[in-house]
Design a binder for this molecule. Structure first.
Ligand code: NAD
Length: 705
């Protein structure tokens, strides 16, 4: 028996190999695990009476969780990455070359290298309920390098293989069966017994020839063996490449390298294809984009080990939650809570508003039903968790109230006063304000220590970030409860000290303000949007202003302008546009015109107002917007608005869509070099004004990290 893998042989001659990583709660494929697995393969192969092998997991929580990312992070050169790929390929090729039939019994999640392991087996059986199979490597800036790009398209259609490899999408058991990735779907409880019986049947009924024929197909040149001819494949892969280039402007090398591996490797025998795959995998693993995406992965995982506070506190898990306001945010927050099975009571001031909020929540559930992520019955059960009201009836039962009423301080103070009169003694109150001061809200509260901000981003169901805002008097317990709830809602929380714009809106505020100043200087606003998108942001600044709402941008700009008037030069553009009643997307007109929620064209009115046609100094234009954000992030760290550069990067990537392949704002700044950023900021200060004065934090440090 080896450390992480063991096997038993049944009387009928089936070796049942069990995967059980002793160093981790999941089966992670690190060096030690692979070594152990390889040794076990050798032992099994030397047993003369073994006639078939079943590979299964001893872990209840899944089959294989993928490669050990800590090991992946330590690989720095293309050569080392290529070597690592070759080792994994070699071990899995041993399974494929086994003299006896091999069967994978997949009991749950099977990720990355796990999927590549099962691809090397002759047969794959999947537990019906728990199985999810995926090749998520692309999300980390690499691609499957242990045979995935070569074995998968030999097994299933190229279309499905591309879908899995280029998106990292997870296939459940049924979907995997339908596309031919698994041979049988089996009730979860009997998977391992079934796998042994299946193996016995193979031994009994299928001869050596049958297995050899299956393997020939799995190893050959694709067009000689299947209906996938070279031309068809070439066209499909070329289209996939064009689509990726259009979507990513070439900012992500991994999908392009994966396509290259398939384009070249599938025309050759498997062994040559594996060589090509390993070499290109090495190239992908040595890119800065891969390192940056790995960094983002760690940022995403980081809150799992955090509580949001330094002290130890006893958490309460809210059993009932109240939500004030049934508008855009209220309706979406209520849906999210109900989705996670919290009973929730939603209050507004008028019946039609409550109905609108309920309908909004229902439409979000309907989308999940359409996507088959919920059954109609499950949707109904979750909708039943929500009740609407015009009074505070039922709020006596809530341990937590989330407020999402209109963004006006007097209204926020009034509802707090009303609800405090009927809230439970220890209940916590969280405001979803975008920019109003939590400390000011606390000033007149009965229990200021139990008040904080819980800033969701719009659209709530899509945006992963929650800023937990700590007011001057918020206690640790309140922060920890909201931090914990955010995690339960599958959000990524960061703790931010109460201050104008908190973190994300403060940084976005200076960025959008600079974009407006540029447009007023005569730069073509559509061109600015284009180059910012090319930089990797999900949309340009003017599209973002339309998306958020020109009224809101103006309001946040006003708050920031007042707070930082000594250094900011506030653009007059949002206020001017507001005066003529342009609202952005929600009013169908802003910098662009919208129909059915889709952008149609630039707004002719805006083209008249901003006739500038300058399309020059690309780099300088980008730097003016981005370096101002870097400077502001450094200022936030200096003022301890947030504690670490990780908080900035989490906020900017998960709350503002800063390009993940750049690793977040601070990581990107480190890659550019803080020294060079400081020098450029000094030049900009002379050219464009004191808002570019670099802060001490930036001047004194070599790197953020
Ligand atoms: N919309 C966004 O993009 C966004 C993003 C993050 C945070 N926020 C914040 O969320 C909050 C709500 O914003 P929204 O976009 O949902 O606004 P909204 O105008 O869509 O909804 C506000 C709702 O509050 C209700 N309301 C007003 N007074 C009330 C009272 N006394 N009691 C109960 N309900 C009352 C209104 O009837 C309305 O239904 C604001 O603080 C806003 O700054 C908004």
């Amino acid at each position: 028996m080896n450390l992480h893998t063991s096997f038993e042989i049944t009387e009928t001659g089936v070796a049942v190999l069990k995967l059980d990583n002793k160093d981790a709660s999941l089966n992670l494929l690190g060096t030690s695990f692979l070594k152990s697995f390889n040794e076990t393969l050798t032992e099994v192969s030397t047993k003369p009476h073994v006639k078939a092998m079943v590979i299964c997991s001893a872990k209840k929580n899944g089959f294989i969780a993928g490669a050990d990312l800590n090991e992946l992070a330590k690989i720095n050169t293309a050569e080392d990455a290529q070597k690592a790929a070759r080792i994994g390929q070699m071990i899995f090729s041993r399974i494929a070359d086994f003299k006896i039939p091999t069967i994978a019994a997949i009991n749950g999640h099977c990720m990355g290298g796990g999927t590549e392991m099962i691809l090397a087996c002759d047969f794959r059986l999947a537990a019906k309920e728990k199985v999810g199979i995926a090749l998520p490597e692309i999300r980390l800036g690499v691609f499957p390098g242990w045979g995935g790009t070569q074995r998968l398209p030999r097994l299933i259609s190229l279309r499905n293989a591309l879908d899995m490899i280029l998106t990292g999408k997870e296939y459940n058991a049924l979907k995997a069966y339908r596309c031919g990735l698994v041979d049988k779907v089996v009730p979860d409880d009997i998977l391992n017994e079934y796998a042994v019986q299946f193996a016995e049947e193979i031994i009994r009924t299928k001869g050596v020839k049958y297995i050899a024929a299956r393997r020939k197909k799995a190893r050959g040149v694709v067009e000689l063996l299947t209906d996938k001819n070279f031309i068809g494949r070439f066209i499909m892969l070329t289209i996939a490449k064009q689509q990726i280039l259009k979507k990513t402007y070439g900012n992500y090398p991994a999908p392009l390298l994966a396509i290259k591996a398939m384009l070249r490797g599938l025309s050759k025998p498997l062994e040559d294809g594996l060589d090509i795959e390993a070499r290109l995998f090495g190239e992908a693993a040595a890119t800065i984009e891969h390192k940056n995406l790995l960094h983002i992965f760690h940022l995403h995982e980081r809150p799992k080990k955090q509580t949001g506070v330094d002290s130890r506190v006893d958490l309460i898990k809210p059993q009932n939650i109240g939500v004030l306001g049934a508008g855009v945010m209220g309706g979406a927050i209520v849906q999210l809570l109900a989705y996670k099975d919290f009973p929730v009571r939603m209050k507004d001031i008028a019946g039609p508003m409550v109905i609108k909020g309920l309908k909004h929540a229902e439409s979000l559930f309907d989308d999940l039903v359409k996507q088959r992520r919920l059954t109609p019955l499950e949707k109904q059960r979750k909708m039943e968790k929500i009740s609407g009201t015009l009074s505070y009836d039922g709020f006596q039962r809530t341990q937590l109230v989330i407020e999402a009423v209109a963004e006006k301080m007097p209204i926020k103070k009034q509802v707090l006063k009303e609800v405090e009169a009927c809230m439970q003694e220890n209940a916590v109150y969280a405001s979803n304000t975008s920019a109003l001061s939590i400390s000011e809200l606390q000033a007149e509260a009965k229990h200021p220590e139990r008040i904080c901000g819980m800033h969701f981003f719009n659209p709530v169901h899509k945006m992963p970030l929650v800023e937990v805002i700590r007011g001057a008097n918020t206690n640790d317990k309140t922060v920890a409860i909201i931090f914990d709830l955010s995690k339960k809602l599958n959000k990524t929380p960061i703790v931010v000290k109460d201050s104008p714009g908190f973190l994300v809106n403060r940084l976005l505020g200076v960025y959008l303000n600079e974009a407006c100043l540029l447009a007023q200087e005569g730069y073509d606003f559509q061109w600015i949007d284009f180059i910012v998108k090319k930089f990797g942001m999900p949309m340009g600044p003017f599209r973002l202003i339309d998306e958020v709402g020109i009224d809101i941008v103006e309001e946040v700009g006003r708050i920031l302008g007042e707070a930082f008037h000594d250094r900011l030069k506030t653009s007059t553009l949002p206020a001017n546009i507001r005066q003529i009643n342009l609202l952005g997307k929600k009013g169908k007109k802003g910098f662009y015109l919208y129909r059915n929620n889709r952008r149609k064209a630039a707004n002719p009115y805006m083209l008249k107002l901003l006739p500038g046609s300058r399309q020059e100094n690309n780099q300088q234009v980008i730097q003016r917007m981005m370096y101002l954000m870097v400077n502001e992030a450094a200022r936030c760290l200096e003022e301890q608005i947030i504690s670490t550069p990780q908080d900035v990067d989490t906020g900017m990537v998960f709350g503002a869509g800063f390009p993940p392949f750049r690793g977040g704002l601070c990581k990107w700044a480190d890659n550019v070099g803080l020294k060079s950023i400081v020098e450029t900021l000094r030049d900009f200060k002379d050219l464009f004004g004191k808002r570019f004065t670099p802060v001490e934090y930036l001047i004194n440090r070599k790197t953020f990290y």
